[in-house]
Design a protein around this ligand. Structure first.
Ligand code: BTN
Length: 264
């Protein structure tokens, strides 16, 4: 990653005003929290060519190939209730889908709530973590991992993983992709903060969401069932219509939704 090129490409007001670039680090999310503890400003951007302990959602690891891919985290201190923080993941998902399209021309979709997919394969993952300390605004770190120039994946994940290179057949600029995403995120974050909800962003999100109008399998702890996804509400929950015609909303923390055809 070339910070000089990034600074030229990046036209944000405050995100990335302080940028830390590492060749190798344990996790960019962890580094952002360490810096937050030392008083780093909101908007701190941490990026790395390689993470030795990259973290994924649900306690999984996020493995990255060294060089040519994106591993970045930003630090936020929004004045919102901690219960609204997971919604920022959807804001970032929207920024990623649109930013990737602008920078690379590749059309991706969002698999609710926050995986970016292309032709049913995952190309980008987002991990939002939060620390709450008393009545202070929560410290939030949003980490984004994007398979940009990966030339091939191990056989066990080949049917589920994609990269911008494999989709387009040409090398892509990580700096351009990052800049497009961060510019959009900065804009959408301001919109989000007006209400602490996705009220003004949900139409854009719904357009990008690949689950809409499709059957999904809801993994409810009380028993899994199928339904049709029809969009999100302002809290970022997925709205579904059950086979008996009743409408319900499902929350990402409580259930995981899997499409019944392929990964999406
Ligand atoms: C997922 O499981 O889909 C989320 C993956 C998030 C990976 C990114 S890479 C940059 C940041 N640092 C981490 O340790 N994880 C996130």
């Amino acid at each position: 990653m070339n910070t000089g090129i990034l600074q030229k490409e990046l036209h944000t007001k405050w995100i990335g005003r302080q940028t830390l670039a590492f060749h190798e680090i344990d996790s960019t999310n962890d580094e952002a929290f360490r810096r937050a503890g030392n008083g780093a400003e909101e908007g701190l951007l941490v990026m790395a060519d390689f993470q030795t302990k990259g973290k994924g959602r649900k306690g999984r690891s996020w493995d990255s190939v060294s060089g040519g891919n994106i591993a970045m985290s930003i630090l936020l201190r929004p004045d919102i209730s901690p219960s609204a923080a997971p919604r920022l993941t959807l804001v970032m998902a929207l920024a990623c889908a649109e930013g990737i399209k602008e920078a690379s021309g590749i059309l991706t979709g969002i698999k609710w709530p926050n995986d970016i997919v292309v032709k049913g394969k995952k190309i980008c993952g987002i991990l939002t973590e939060m620390k709450v300390c008393g009545a202070d605004p929560p410290e939030i770190v949003i980490g984004v991992g994007i398979n940009v120039n990966t030339e091939g994946f191990p056989e066990e994940i080949r049917d589920r993983a994609a990269s911008l290179f494999l989709e387009s057949g040409k090398k892509q600029s990580c700096e351009r992709v990052m800049a497009s995403i961060l510019e959009r995120f900065e804009k959408y974050y301001a919109v989000f903060l007006k209400t602490g909800t996705l009220a003004e962003l949900k139409d854009n999100y719904d357009q990008a969401c690949v689950n809409n109008g499709r059957r999904v399998c809801v993994m409810d702890p009380k028993g899994q069932y199928e339904a049709e996804a029809v969009g999100i509400n302002e809290k970022g929950e997925l709205l579904i219509i059950r086979d008996d015609g009743s409408m319900d909303s499902v929350y990402a923390g409580e259930v995981s939704v899997r499409g019944i055809y392929g990964y999406a």
